[in-house]
Design a protein around this ligand. Sequence first.
Ligand code: ADP
Ligand code: MG
Length: 241
Amino acid sequence: MIALEGVNKWYGEYHALIDVNAEVKAGQVVVLCGPSGSGKSTLIRTMNRLEEINRGSIRVNGEEVQGRHVDINRVRSHIGFVFQQFNLFPHLSVLENVACGPAWVSKIPREQAHALATDLLAKVGLSQKTGAYPNQLSGGQQQRVAIARALAMKPPVMLFDEPTSALDPEMVGEVLSVMKSLAAEGMTMVCVTHEMKFAREVSDEVWFMDRGTLLEKADPEQFFDRPSHPRAQAFLSDIRH
Ligand code: ADP
Ligand code: MG
């Protein structure tokens, strides 16, 4: 579903992604972890071309997202992305926030877009909030709306960049539980997160990045119990303390 081949990126002189090769199969959940500044956001953002790369190739669902002639808006509409900041439209209701993508981008009739949004909001546990505005919701509720909004485009792949890092601790669980049910339904997902319990329970594979390099790819049990790279060992020991 996602294939990264020889991916390299520089920010000016700084080599931010160094020869990244990796694959995500359909239905797999990958957790991408690593120290701050290691390149996790840069890497996940290249997958829908929020960042461009200088060398290599990235295919998502068979399409070269970094190709020179791709219609980037069309590519992005097929890849769900959830950010640390929810970025909802403040002047639109919750229902409109979720319905507007299908209505504007996919041009599906308004009524149909509303029906889809209603279903998705039920799925993330927000049936009671369809008429509310974003500033009337808690952070956890806003992030669940953001997930429903991304799902409204029926993407085959969902990317998450620290979706719970801006939340108060008591709201982390409700967002992780929505992600967990998405995973159980077979959604292909790449998640940058420091939630190691989620990684252990939900992921099929953990990727560990440090200084722009994908140093280790392992199944969660192996990664957490027997990390092979010394920097992965150090990272795990840091977060455990
Ligand atoms: P992470 O998400 O793992 O914390 P990032 O991908 O955000 O790391 O950043 C990786 C490195 O690239 C950092 O050293 C960061 O300072 C640098 N970087 C990120 N974005 C930019 C940018 N737009 N311009 C220059 N350097 C950047
Ligand atoms: Mg980041």
